[in-house]
Design a protein around this ligand. Structure first.
Ligand code: NAP
Length: 295
């Protein structure tokens, strides 16, 4: 039987509808508007499209939203000064610096300069630390979206064998940390594999829940999947363009093969991606409430 599709796009729509109500209430009752700035340095087409999607959603929800585009040759000092300006701006509650940054800029230094209270991407070491000790403040958006999707899908996470493919700071490490915590949609036994793992398939084949964030198109084949597993495919890989110039995207999982083996799988696109953007909005609403001391 073909696996059920975990349609993040639909779940994200539900969450955004609830967020819109919250935003309207914040305006009506408290006269505050969630403020989000997205800073893009350079003209990488993929980054431009991600930032556009984030801004579009922020506008739809009625945020005060600013897209701040900076040239690729912006120097590090200038970027730090820009962040400092937004750190001090009372109308901005969330600051997102789109990664990757140009090579001449130290991204860790930049992430460190964002006020942890405005770090809606959840990448500041203070927020990473809080997440790790089980006291999250802002959870990073992609893992947060994955956990929410798992929770709403009814997939049993507690006690599950979870295998995460990839150990990036953005996806692999934080999702592993989140699913191993004590708490709802967590309490899993987590294994993380990467390029130095001796036998990746040995691990993936015993996963009840397989989270794949490797950035390698169709890396996980059907015979690497445990029958009945729940698959979260985080990968977004451009493998070509249509005649009209539209990007052709593939996940990190061989989708057609996985459909035959797994019990549920996120499609690419329309799975994890829309959840990521939505959790950024959720974090920004949260930031706005914290800044305005609203429960
Ligand atoms: P990344 O920083 O490049 O990390 C990739 C990780 O996968 C690394 O830890 C790497 O191991 C591991 N890996 C790569 N090839 C492997 C292999 N053959 N076997 C085992 N492990 C392997 O990537 P990322 O930022 O985590 O992103 C991963 C994918 O998710 C990309 O396609 C990205 O576009 C996508 N993504 C999607 C969203 C979304 O919202 N949908 C958000 C973020 C990222 P080493 O550490 O050993 O090098």
């Amino acid at each position: 039987m073909a696996a059920k599709l975990l349609k993040g796009a639909e779940v994200a729509k539900e969450i955004r509808a609830a967020l819109k109500e919250e935003v309207d209430e914040l305006k009506a009752k408290h006269n505050v508007i969630p403020g989000l700035v997205t800073i893009l340095v350079g003209e990488d087409p993929a980054s431009e499209s991600y930032v556009r999607a984030k801004q579009k959603t922020a506008h739809e929800l009625g945020f005060h939203s600013i897209q701040d585009n900076q040239p690729a040759d912006l120097d590090e000092e200038a970027l730090l000064a820009l962040i400092d300006k937004y750190n001090k701006d009372p109308e901005i509650h969330g600051i997102l610096v789109q990664l990757p940054l140009p090579k001449h800029i130290d991204d860790q230094k930049v992430l460190l300069s964002i006020d942890p209270d405005k770090d809606v991407d959840g990448f500041h070491p203070t927020n990473v630390g809080k997440l790790l000790i089980g006291n999250p403040y802002y959870s990073p958006c992609t893992p947060f979206g994955i956990q929410e999707l798992l929770a709403r899908s009814g997939a049993p996470v507690e006690g599950a064998e979870v295998v995460v493919v990839g150990r990036s700071n953005i996806v692999g490490k934080p999702i592993a940390a989140m699913l191993m915590q004590k708490g709802p949609a967590a309490n899993a036994t987590v294994t993380v594999v990467h390029t130095r793992t001796k036998d990746v398939a040995f691990h993936t084949k015993r996963a009840d829940i397989l989270v794949v964030a490797a950035g390698v198109p169709e890396y996980i084949k059907g015979d690497m999947i445990k029958p009945g597993a729940v698959i979260i495919d985080v990968g977004v890989n451009e493998v070509g363009r249509t005649e009209e110039g539209k990007r052709i995207l593939k996940g990190d999982v061989a989708f057609d093969e996985a459909l035959e083996v797994a019990s549920a799988i996120t499609p690419v696109p329309g799975g994890v991606g829309p959840m990521t953007i939505t959790m950024l909005m959720k974090n920004t609403v949260h930031a706005c409430k914290v800044h305005n001391k609203i429960k």
